[in-house]
Write a protein that binds this ligand. Structure first.
Ligand code: KG4
Ligand code: ZN
Length: 341
């Protein structure tokens, strides 16, 4: 038998920060044995966005079933699990609480160590799952419904935020513009789809720069420009093309994200760049980064679309590196809706 052979770490991960009830079993931070996601999107669609109270109630209803399913699909039982990783922030407080309470209960009852995980650290770590060779340092763009961060990933779980949005998050802008042009919720995927039929150069929407910071983003001006364009059309009694507005908006967002991100990669002298978060599943954004990174000889990493939007496998990946560092959470672990990276 090999000396000093390290024992496999099997992580049961739980994610309930917004509107997906998710559980996953991840081996050694990189191998996903199961990834179960119960999405509540259909429930919230009729309200045009996530209703926090409904989200928490649904999490309570689904969490046990989702965890059991994750264990069954991974073909393991709780006695095989090394540690439990759970998202404790940022997110909706009532939604986070369901996952945190569940994780604490299982940890206590089964005597399994508990590791609290930052949701954004999870999004970034989704990149480790399908890219075995990826190791820090690298620059990561995190673009989700609540966050648009440019992050220098210095080591596993060691982050420096170098740029952030001054107003709306990228995903939030997608959702608001989708609503304004009558596509409804959830906006990102709908804009992505209809843009394929539109002309991205049809309307010259602004590419916002933030005066004092070369890495910060601002999307509220772009959102206003779209609303002004729609109003002008209505005043003139002209119709507008949903596909052209969507494609032109999407290109404006993509151009800014690509320019700022790759500028940061060059300035930091890194040769690796990754994307993460729900917006990272956008097909035109992925294609633009693919193209530009190839041109600039930067290695480009992106999770599969399913691992870009909220899931628990990414929490298992991030949780593994915390566990290896010796991080353990106590039974006083609480949901922290505004948790900083
Ligand atoms: O990461 P995520 O699932 O949840 C948060 O942590 O916020 O991100 C959700 C956001 C939503 O704003 C959604 O519209 C956006 O990601 N999104 C997309 C796409 N799929 C999801 N945005 C653009 N294109 C997509 N294909
Ligand atoms: Zn998220």
């Amino acid at each position: 038998m090999e000396q000093n052979q390290e024992k496999d770490v099997l992580m049961l991960a739980i994610e309930t920060s917004c509107d997906e009830t998710a559980a996953s079993v991840v081996k050694n931070g990189r191998k996903v044995l199961s990834n179960v996601i119960f999405t509540q999107i259909a429930l919230h669609t009729q309200y045009g966005g996530v209703v926090p109270e409904i989200a928490s109630r649904k999490h309570i209803e689904k969490i046990n079933q989702v965890i059991e399913e994750a264990l069954t699909q991974a073909d393991v039982t709780l006695s095989d699990i090394t540690a439990i990783a759970v998202t404790y922030g940022p997110g909706l407080v009532g939604a986070l609480l369901v996952g945190v309470a569940e994780a604490k209960a299982i940890s206590f009852a089964a005597g399994i160590p508990l590791v609290g995980v930052h949701h954004i650290s999870g999004h970034i770590s989704a990149n480790y799952i399908e890219h075995e060779e990826l190791e820090p340092p690298f620059i990561c763009l995190v673009a989700s419904g609540g966050h648009s961060h440019l992050v220098a990933v210095k080591d596993y779980g060691v982050y420096e935020i170098i740029g952030r949005t001054r107003d709306d998050a990228a995903g939030e802008a997608f959702d608001k513009v989708a609503r304004a042009i009558g596509l409804g919720y959830p906006g990102g995927p709908k804009i992505d789809k209809i843009s394929a039929e539109g002309n991205p150069d049809a309307i010259p929407f602004p590419r916002a720069k933030v005066a004092e910071s070369e890495y910060d983003f601002s999307f509220s001006g772009l959102k206003s420009a779209v609303l002004n364009y729609l109003n002008a059309c209505r005043m003139k009694g002209e119709s507008f093309s949903q596909a052209d507005v969507a494609a032109s908006f999407q290109k404006a967002v993509t151009d800014v994200l690509v320019e700022h991100s790759l500028h940061a990669v060059r300035e930091f002298g890194y040769d690796k760049f990754a994307i993460a978060g729900g917006v990272a599943s956008n097909s035109s954004l992925r294609a633009a980064f693919e193209r530009e990174c190839a041109k600039q000889k930067i290695a480009f990493y992106r999770p599969s679309p399913l691992l870009c939007t909220d899931n628990a496998a990414m929490i298992g990946a991030a949780g593994y590196y915390e566990y290896k560092k010796g991080v353990r959470s106590g039974y006083d672990l609480n949901a922290v809706p505004g948790l900083q990276l």
